[in-house]
Design a protein around this ligand. Structure first.
Ligand code: OAD
Length: 243
């Protein structure tokens, strides 16, 4: 299957990667669904919905703190470097649902963060600052405050909020125009991200998913489902590329 994937990469000149939480699992960051997933411990309605944040920011901050802690401790694994190297083989952009900033840290040149980023905090008054400036307070379980008096929160998309329009527009455009979409480590159940492989396929792209489990794309939208972890498959792929 990895050989088939390599053949598709070598025959495509416009490749897009779409990543989800599974891409970061091997960096020590928990996914959302399944065993050990964040939604086992944190009911998303209670912790990750904009309504619950407005009612009680300190509760949502229990989740944000854990996520920020995990990301602070994490480094991109070698699979991230493979996605950077794939730029030589026609990978144009990485569309990610992840908020951990790891594709940027690994050096991917064009990253579209559909669900925002944990690396910035923002306030309703328009203030934005690097999360690192508030890290000590956050790790001491304090909820950081803006000078205007309101609470700060990470610049991520919460349930009940729209996605950043420019990110959605770019993701749609890339999906319509790519020849190959690599879908890595996403359960493909959250929209609109889950619709991108469907749109890409409708516009003629080949769809390859890399995931150790079956997803909504398996046997439906995906032309090829490579069963394995992101790190193992990407590393295996790089050994065959260019041979
Ligand atoms: P999920 O937690 O729903 O799915 C993670 C996927 O990664 C599953 O399909 C796993 O089988 C797969 N997986 C696990 N370990 C892997 C590994 N080592 N390598 C490759 N794949 C692996 O995460 P997402 O699909 O990213 O949104 O979730 C989408 C959105 O749902 C998130 O961005 C988040 C959440 O609610 C918001 O918070 C707005």
């Amino acid at each position: 299957m990895i050989e088939e994937l390599v053949r598709l990469i070598e025959n495509s000149d416009s490749i897009v990667a779409l990543t989800g939480a599974g891409m970061s699992v091997e960096c020590g960051i928990a996914p959302f669904r399944g065993e050990g997933g964040l939604w086992e411990k944190f009911n998303p309605e209670e912790y990750a919905h904009i309504r619950s944040y407005r009612n009680d920011p300190s509760k949502s901050w229990e989740l944000f703190k854990l996520q920020i802690e995990e990301v602070t401790d994490a480094e991109p694994h070698a699979g991230y470097d493979v996605l950077v190297d794939l730029e030589e083989y026609g990978l144009d952009s990485v569309i990610t649902q992840n908020v951990d900033g790891l594709h940027m840290r690994a050096g991917s040149k064009d990253v579209i963060e559909l669900h925002g980023t944990l690396s910035k905090l923002k306030c309703d008054c328009g203030y934005k600052e690097d999360t690192s400036e508030y890290l000590d307070e956050i790790l001491e379980n304090k909820v950081p405050k803006c000078n205007c008096g309101s609470y700060l929160r990470p610049d991520v998309v919460m349930f009940g909020e729209p996605l950043p329009a420019h990110a959605v527009e770019r993701a749609l455009e890339l999906s319509r125009n790519c020849g190959l979409m690599l879908v890595l480590g996403t359960s493909s159940v959250v929209y609109p991200a889950a619709s991108l492989p469907v749109i890409a396929r409708e516009h003629g792209a080949k769809i390859v998913e890399i995931n150790p489990s079956r997803t909504t794309l398996t046997g439906t939208t995906a032309h090829l489902s490579v069963n394995g972890t992101a790190l193992n498959v990407l590393k295996g792929m790089t050994e065959l590329l260019g041979k």
